[in-house]
Design a protein around this ligand. Sequence first.
Ligand SMILES: [Zn+2]
Length: 151
Amino acid sequence: MLNPDGFVWPIPGYTKITSPFGKRNSPTAGASSYHYGADIGAPEGTNLIAVADGQVTFLGFLGAGGYTLTLSFGDFKVTYCHISPNYLVSEGDFVLQGQIIANVGPKYVYGVPGNKYKDSNGKPTNGATTGCHLHLGMRINDKYVNPLEYF
Ligand SMILES: [Zn+2]
């Protein structure tokens, strides 16, 4: 176990789960009807911190996830989706548990090549999202698990 003291909550000050892990009705066009993560509502700019020591192995725009950061450690991959494009770290960086690694992103993003997600008025959104939140994903050996069971 890399983190004998456990993981720290990724979004200090916010605990309201706006969409849990598992089967659901798709909230917006293009959003999955099986939700491979948990959504935590928070305003744009809210700090996101590393749940554990690890390496940033992906940082970029990733389809339905919008701007996404993946933190990898051991058999775990933790994804932070719908983040701000004003990155605070770089892909490849090693980060420490509790370090601020990103901020909650805006609902709308402009000028992203290949972004097919938009709201009902046609404004391009930060992936498949209906409002500012953190989508927290967790994989163990590349299998999705309910991240809330690990906090
Ligand atoms: Zn989500």
